[in-house]
Design a binder for this molecule. Structure first.
Ligand code: FRU
Length: 565
């Protein structure tokens, strides 16, 4: 029996070895992209081939890419804009029949399929998505020199989570985004997990070389997914001296070794002005968030820990209460949208509230921008398809997943204490196209004043006096955002939130895009988000009432323009 097993293993290994075909190809980079044909990756599918890319003989990155054995499902690219003139070497062992596909991996100034980018059937029209590949958490969000920098967990090479890098896009207005080359790509430290960003205005880390301030990214190197064995998750830095256009990993990485367990991750960094030091908050698997401080971002010492909303991706920021900067509190935020309010002395956090939640639904793992002007707290998250198995999303598309709208956070006094309020940023009003307004409407069961309204990118503002109705619904392309007066529950495409009417009224502010609905309730009291796939032909927008009638003093419906070229 043992003999037969050994024989079988020998045959398997030798077949595998016989199939592996080494490739080692060099190109002098004189075009913008390296293009790759790919077969769509199913959930959990491990690509057959791993590619190592070298620039002038130094390792640039490695990527697991599923080449097709026949016709590609779509094409992806490595943006080489920052590497013109260098010598690119691609090294791999092709395990399987990928020779023909590999011959198509080439330098090019165009990417097949790019003529229809942003116009694909399921492309969100005013939510951020990456041109190609998978995205999840927002990372490193920073405002600097008039630009909003958005980074995100990105698999540039396929449709599911893999090869995790920091994708990057910039905007002047928080609405229109220009995608730049990935800022931080996998290397010996492993794949590039989530983290945060800040500008080192006083050059404490010493990375600044010219007149631009150094932008710093703090990220987790997930060594468990490195090509090197025996590594763990560690906290690292990367920096840019050209307003985020090119990034250099700090040669002394990691700045924090693995501390607690194999899940330590997602560093949030910020400057603590009163005692003049940097702070890094790291998430640890048992639900703790550890506080580390440093003068130079390279040497860190732990000063405390706190428990908050339980999930990864911590954020932490100081906010004025009701807009008054003479009366501030700190908010500690978890990636699941739960938070606590309290005080922070630069070394430890003291809570004043239990865990609270104003952010509901499918948005996850978001964060606020560092250095936002006017003391604003603007957050963007990952509006995920989170059904069990994560096995769907933007089905059939060359991209997957999307981000939330940019959200304005404020901290307000309420009858039940200090609470975060969440509103769409007012900048979004610039996307409004055609507005229709109804005043003093009475809507009864069976009547629909919106019967002639259609659209796929729509914003609705409604102030509703619930009167005798038992439930009211906005019907959006065959799906519903329903408020049950009897249950005091808002249901947005299956994502639910308990919310009581305010003096018999409820205010709903809805945003519908190609594959999402977001609802802001009672002037920011709660935010609820949902990813969905609509029936392509159904564009009908409507309102319906059950059990009695409602009065709507003001109802506005806006069309919204696309943010894409
Ligand atoms: C949250 C998360 C982070 C991690 C990243 C990996 O969605 O699990 O904790 O850094 O995603 O992509």
């Amino acid at each position: 029996m043992k003999k037969r097993l050994t024989l079988l293993l020998t045959v398997m290994v030798s077949v595998g070895l016989a199939q592996a075909e080494p490739v080692n190809q060099t190109h002098t980079i004189n075009k913008r992209y390296l293009i790759w044909p790919v077969q769509r990756q199913a959930k959990g599918m491990k690509p057959d081939c791993r590619f190592f890319l070298y620039m002038d003989d130094a390792l640039f990155t490695f990527a697991d890419v599923q080449l097709p054995q026949g016709k590609p499902d779509f094409w992806v690219f490595t943006d080489l804009s920052g590497h013109q003139g260098k010598v690119l070497r691609i090294q791999s062992d092709l395990h399987g029949d990928y020779r023909a596909a590999f011959q198509k991996v080439t330098l090019s100034n165009t990417v097949p399929g790019m003529r229809s980018v942003y116009h694909e059937a399921l492309r969100p029209q005013y939510h951020f998505t990456s041109k190609r590949g998978w995205l999840n958490d927002t990372n490193g969000m920073t405002y600097y020199a008039g630009e909003w920098h958005l980074f995100y967990q990105h698999n540039p090479y396929n449709w599911h989570w893999c090869n995790i890098s920091w994708g990057h896009a910039v905007s002047n207005d928080l609405l229109h985004w220009e995608e730049l080359p990935d800022a931080i790509v996998p290397g010996p430290e492993g794949v590039i997990y989530s983290g945060s960003g800040a500008v080192d205005f006083h050059n404490h880390a010493g990375f600044q070389t010219g007149s631009d301030k150094a932008m710093i990214a703090a990220y987790t190197g997930n060594g468990l997914l490195s090509y090197e064995l025996g590594l763990n998750r560690v906290q690292c830095l990367s920096y840019s001296n050209d307003r985020g256009r090119t990034w250099t990993k700090y040669s002394g990485n990691p700045v924090i070794e693995n501390q607690y367990n194999a899940k330590d991750r997602d560093p949030k960094i910020f400057w603590y002005q009163p005692s003049q030091h940097w702070v890094m908050i790291d998430w640890e698997n048992r639900g703790w968030y550890h506080i580390n401080i440093s003068e130079d971002m390279k040497n860190w010492a732990e000063t405390g820990a706190y428990k908050s909303g339980g999930a990864e991706c911590p954020d932490m920021f100081e906010m004025p209460v009701d807009g008054d900067w003479n009366n501030t509190r700190w908010v500690v935020w978890s990636g699941n949208g739960r938070y606590k309010v309290g005080s922070f002395d630069g070394r430890s956090f003291t809570e004043e509230t239990d865990v609270q939640q104003s952010y509901w639904g499918q948005a996850y793992a978001g964060q606020t921008f560092s250095h936002a002007p006017d003391g604003r707290h603007i957050h963007m998250g990952w509006l995920r398809y989170d059904k069990p198995g994560f096995d769907a999303g933007h089905v059939g598309m060359p991209f997957n997943q999307q981000l939330t709208l940019p959200l304005d956070f404020t901290l307000c006094t309420t009858d039940s204490g200090l609470r975060l309020f969440i509103q769409p940023i007012p900048e979004l009003q610039a996307l409004r196209d055609q507005t229709r307004i109804w005043t003093d409407l009475t809507v009864k069961a069976g009547a629909d004043p919106l019967a002639d309204v259609t659209g796929t990118q729509v914003e609705i503002e409604a102030e509703i006096d619930l009167q005798t109705a038992t439930s009211i619904a906005f019907n959006l392309r065959g799906q519903a955002v329903r408020y049950s007066v009897t249950q005091q529950e808002l249901d947005c495409l299956g994502q639910c939130l308990k919310v009581a009417p305010d003096h018999g009224k409820i205010k709903l502010h809805l945003f519908l895009d190609t594959t999402s609905v977001e609802v802001f309730v009672n002037d920011g009291y709660a935010y609820l988000s949902a990813f969905t796939l609509f029936d392509g032909d159904d564009h009908a927008i409507g309102i319906s009432v059950e059990g009695g009638s409602i009065r709507v003093p003001l109802l506005k419906v806006h069309g919204l323009k696309s943010i894409w070229p």
